[in-house]
Design a binder for this molecule. Structure first.
Ligand SMILES: Nc1ncnc2c1ncn2[C@@H]1O[C@H](COP(=O)(O)OP(=O)(O)OP(=O)(O)O)[C@@H](O)[C@H]1O
Length: 266
């Protein structure tokens, strides 16, 4: 296994704002292995999305280096697909057409129309949305839209799936359902995933490792917790699993005992 598939080396992020320089991230060092599922957790505003955007290549670090599959990350690329909290589907296109756009971008030069269509439909089937291929986003629920967003990302066969609170806007039951589906999809595709979450249970259920971030400004990685729970994982059985309960407590302790969030006065 390539344990240095993604490398974040001494990354710093300083934003230039109207009020001056804002030091968001300091000394971020992280390696993600191929096929690993890593979540980033921390209080609001600590810099989780900033770190994810650096890996996506949407933002460049102020200093330090980011590498994916032995190449420096200098811009966004189809090998690193991003799923945001709000699905970002184009409203005038059907579900299939939304997925097709991404498929065409990656495979358009080398594959026939029929192959591209087959890829789009297979991706929708993977997230159980084949039945809605001809529907437009306003005709389906929020959870379904999010599934199409995941299908679109997976259809690009990315080396890395980057997810920024992909289930944050969904109700608890839909979220649980999609977490279970994501677990199955990732098991099938062996994808490397980096996912931002606020949800401790989600982090423990899904992750191989949980990266716990300190509070900003100048946030950094506080601790990394390895989750040694067998896969496939079953949320109902895990609820009483002593290891699961222990990991959950570790994350809660980090977030609320050791790094409690202090609200700044307005
Ligand atoms: N483009 C930017 N310009 C200036 N400051 C920024 C910019 N992007 C993020 N920040 C600041 O950097 C810090 C980290 O923001 P970020 O969105 O990464 O946090 P987060 O942990 O993802 O937060 P949340 O959990 O609330 O989404 C915040 O203080 C934010 O205000």
């Amino acid at each position: 296994m390539n344990s240095n598939f993604i490398q974040v080396q001494n990354a710093e992020m300083v934003f230039n704002t109207k009020k001056g320089r804002f030091h968001a991230l300091r000394e971020i060092n992280l390696n993600v292995a191929k096929g690993e599922f890593v979540t980033l957790i921390g209080h609001s505003g600590c810099g989780k999305s900033t770190l994810l955007n650096l890996i996506a290549g949407l933002t460049l670090p102020s200093s330090g280096a980011l590498i994916c599959d032995n190449r420096e990350i200098a811009a966004p690329g189809p090998e690193r697909a991003v799923v945001f909290q709000n699905h970002s589907l184009l409203p005038w296109l059907t579900c299939e057409e939304n997925v097709h756009l991404a498929v065409e971008r990656v495979f358009g030069a080398t594959e026939s129309k029929a192959q591209l269509k087959a890829r789009s439909l297979a991706a929708l089937d993977l997230v159980n949305m084949g039945h809605a291929a001809t529907k437009r986003p306003h005709e389906i629920s929020g959870g379904m839209k999010q599934r199409v967003g995941i299908a679109r990302a997976l259809a690009m066969e990315p080396k890395v799936l980057l997810m920024d609170e992909p289930f944050g806007a969904l109700d608890a039951l839909t979220r649980a359902h999609l977490q279970d589906e994501l677990l199955k999809i990732v098991a099938r595709t062996q994808s490397t995933v980096v996912m931002v979450t606020h949800d401790v249970d989600e982090a423990v259920l899904l992750s191989d490792r949980i990266v716990m971030m300190t509070n900003g400004p100048a946030a950094t990685i506080g601790e990394i917790l390895s989750i040694d729970l067998e896969r496939p994982r079953n949320r109902v059985e895990l609820a009483e699993d002593t290891k699961y309960v222990h990991y959950r407590k570790e994350v809660l302790d980090f977030l609320y005992t050791r790094h409690g969030h202090v609200e700044k006065a307005a």
